[in-house]
Write a protein that binds this ligand. Structure first.
Ligand code: FAD
Length: 226
């Protein structure tokens, strides 16, 4: 069953710079706000609304987290760039059909580029915190070395949990290995898996196509396009 979508207000607790243009916003989780790992909220920015995926696990009851790329001149971006701890924001949610299938026992393959990582991070944390024994692989693509975020967190989680591994790939590195997330998954055995894909349309289409060609049925290929 889906949770009822509602209007909420939430106080901003902290802002953390993850990269030169990506920030992590932690909000107090208002009473009655429930969501599934992978879903998003609509943040009210003056008279417009912007969609942001929740990056934290629903098991985290005190707070919830957004990971946002700040785009120069963007309505939502400039609103969040100016936001300070203790500010109150208005949002609606939760929304979306891109969320973890908890009843499945298939391996979980998480594929994201840029801030498309946000809902995957929610799914990942939820699975690990709830003691899932499903095999979880994360593939994270960004352009440059300085665009990578949460690497230490993933390293830490992969050391603590045998069923979790991850790979990061850069499409335009100054030096070293270069490629796309699609290159990474081609090397994997994905027969018994389900895919959660999030990022730009071209990447999502390519990865969807790959899983489809490998015989994975559509209900096991979930995606969100930013
Ligand atoms: C379901 C869903 C979930 C989303 N979750 C997240 C999330 O977790 N984190 C996140 O950072 N974003 C997320 N987005 C994208 C987000 O909703 C906004 O589109 C994005 O933040 C830009 O909004 P803005 O108001 O700052 O810019 P706008 O005012 O909408 O646009 C400003 C300018 O930037 C350009 N622009 C818009 N998007 C991009 C882009 N991605 N890269 C470069 N230029 C762009 C526009 O063409 C325009 O010229 C999500 C989108 C969807 C649909």
């Amino acid at each position: 069953m889906l949770f009822a979508m509602m209007d909420f207000k939430a106080k901003l607790v902290s802002v953390k710079e993850l990269t030169h243009d990506v920030r992590m916003y932690m909000f107090e989780r208002p009473a009655g706000f429930s969501f599934k790992p992978g879903q998003f909220v609509m943040l009210q920015v003056e008279e417009v609304a912007r969609a942001y995926s929740i990056a934290s696990s629903p098991l985290e009851l005190e707070n919830f987290v957004l990971i946002v790329k700040l785009i120069e001149g963007g309505r939502g971006s400039e609103y969040l760039r100016a936001a300070k701890a203790q500010d109150e924001i208005s949002f609606k949610g939760p929304f979306g059909h891109f969320y973890l299938d908890e009843d499945s026992e298939r391996d979980v393959v998480l594929i994201g580029t840029g801030t498309g990582l946000a809902p995957l991070y929610s799914i990942l944390q939820y699975l690990l915190e709830s003691g899932s024994e499903r095999e979880i692989k994360l593939f994270f693509g960004v352009r440059h070395e300085e665009d990578v975020f949460l690497r230490e967190e993933f390293e830490d989680l992969s050391q603590k949990h045998e069923n979790f591994s991850f790979k990061i790939i850069l499409s335009r590195p100054k030096s070293g290995e270069k490629g796309y997330v699609t290159d990474l998954i081609k090397e994997e055995n994905i027969e018994n898996s389900e895919a959660y894909i999030c990022g730009g349309k071209a990447m999502v289409d390519d990865v969807k196509e790959f899983f489809t060609q490998k015989g994975i049925s559509p209900e096991h290929i979930k995606h969100e396009v930013y």
